[in-house]
Design a binder for this molecule. Structure first.
Ligand SMILES: Cc1cc2nc3c(=O)[nH]c(=O)nc-3n(C[C@H](O)[C@H](O)[C@H](O)COP(=O)(O)OP(=O)(O)OC[C@H]3O[C@@H](n4cnc5c(N)ncnc54)[C@H](O)[C@@H]3O)c2cc1C
Length: 407
């Protein structure tokens, strides 16, 4: 297969599909090659977990969610903004609404598969060729790609005019995002930052007693702290540790702390809405009552809180009202590890930024662009992940179009 004007998009996730749509709409001949039997598998998984497409936050704070890469993301987000994403969904017949904490969701009547179906229909209408079960194996010469038709086992080469790699990160490998592409990039000297779990649970070595007694239990309206970073929300105690949005948001800080020493300490504030004075004054009224009863009746801290306090704190930590007040604010949770990479909602690591020019083109391989989660960035949940994939996909598509014009 060879075409001098073909743009090959490798990877049928949100980054690749959006790039395909924009390039085809601009009049380019586009083919998407996807290793799985269907496109958008991780997109559908995201859909089952709440389908948080983007966030209604203003662009200035929005870009800070991408941490060290925020300056680059400022350009990507300006080019394809959260409003552009909502508009894109609307044009596919999917209306969105802003939920709690600014998260943007499709209206409940729209299933994730409806959005994907409408999107694929639009791509086909634009003339995009979709090759599923076609795996990219590596590069061939200056512009060629080695491919395998997984259905027939046949290997072949294509010579596209430009290539966009959007191969995803390295979690939920059953969706196709297996990170196996790293070796093909390293073969041509492209440096990739090792993958690390992001937006994932944390492991705490609970005692057997705690695991049996507590099992899985939510702790609502809490704040969780790692070093100076503090996040409000709800966590879930599990038999292996902790899950929940605050834990996910703290994964970069936890990862850094674990690199210095194990365990890394998280601190749980069980009463973030009370001032220290209010908390102490309530606890001073305890007199002879048992701590579990008092916590339940006067501070609405029923099970599993007393068991948790017994698990992580020595007896003297509950010896006085002052000590209990301090403990309720700083419940120490010793984290021994992050959960395994494959379970993570997203991954940090991937193609190093030093390998790319401002258009997201590989400096070592002119005409080959990179977008989505395979780039080395991370962001919290809340719509920032998909927005990052869409925005980098749109940006790289613009880079492809510009590059083709110059040739
Ligand atoms: C449980 C879960 C919930 C999530 N919820 C949300 C959410 O609510 N909001 C949010 O913003 N984000 C969410 N995400 C994250 C979001 O789904 C991802 O960030 C996003 O899908 C990444 O898009 P991508 O296009 O970069 O890569 P992917 O979606 O991973 O797509 C990459 C594609 O490349 C294909 N591929 C890989 N290697 C090859 C190869 N060699 N040849 C051909 N094809 C290949 C893969 O099969 C895959 O289809 C969630 C993720 C998970 C796991």
């Amino acid at each position: 297969m060879s075409s001098s004007s073909l743009v090959a998009i490798i990877g049928g996730g949100p980054a690749g599909l959006l790039a395909a749509q924009r390039l085809a709409a601009a009049g380019h001949q586009v083919a998407v090659y996807e290793a799985q039997a269907t496109v958008g598998r991780k997109f559908l998984v995201a859909g089952h977990g709440g389908f948080n497409l983007t966030n209604a936050e203003e662009l200035a704070p929005f870009q800070t969610r991408y941490g060290p890469q925020q300056t680059a993301f400022n350009s990507f987000l300006q080019h394809f903004s959260p409003s552009d994403l909502r508009q894109w969904a609307t044009e596919l017949g999917i209306a969105t609404f802003v939920g709690t904490s600014g998260r943007v969701f499709p209206l409940k009547v729209h299933k994730p598969a409806d959005l994907l179906r409408a999107w694929v229909d639009r791509l086909r209408a634009l003339g995009v060729s979709l090759y599923t079960r076609h795996r990219w194996l590596g590069f061939a010469g200056a512009s060629g790609l080695r491919m395998r038709n997984e259905a027939t086992g046949e290997d072949y080469e294509i010579q596209p005019a430009a290539t966009l790699l959007a191969l995803g990160g390295a979690s939920w490998s059953k969706t196709g995002s297996d990170g196996r592409w790293v070796s093909a990039l390293e073969e041509i000297g492209v440096q990739c930052v090792p993958f690390a779990a992001s937006n994932c649970g944390a492991e705490v070595a609970w005692s057997a007693f705690f695991q049996t007694k507590v099992g899985r239990a939510p702790l609502k309206n809490i704040a969780l702290r790692c070093g100076p970073q503090r996040v409000r929300g709800e966590v879930l105690l599990t038999e292996y540790g902790l899950e929940g949005t605050p834990v996910y948001a703290l994964t970069p800080a936890l990862r850094a702390a674990l690199a210095v020493g194990t365990p890394a300490l998280l601190h749980l504030d069980l009463k973030p809405d009370l001032t220290d004075e209010q908390l102490l004054s309530k606890l001073q009224k305890r007199s002879g009552r048992s701590l579990p009863d008092f916590l339940r009746q006067h501070l609405r801290l029923g099970p599993p809180v007393p068991t948790l306090l017994r698990e992580v704190a020595p007896l003297e930590a509950t010896a006085s009202p002052e000590a209990v007040a301090y403990l309720l604010r700083h419940v120490p949770l010793p984290v021994r590890a992050l959960r395994p990479l494959d379970e993570a909602i997203s991954t940090a690591g991937g193609v190093a930024w030093t390998e790319l020019d401002a258009q997201l083109m590989l400096a070592r391989r002119p005409g080959t662009f990179v977008a989505g989660e395979m780039l080395d960035w991370e962001a919290p949940t809340g719509g920032y992940l998909l927005q990052g994939c869409f925005s980098t996909g749109a940006w790289a598509a613009q880079g492809v179009a510009h590059w083709l014009r110059q040739q």
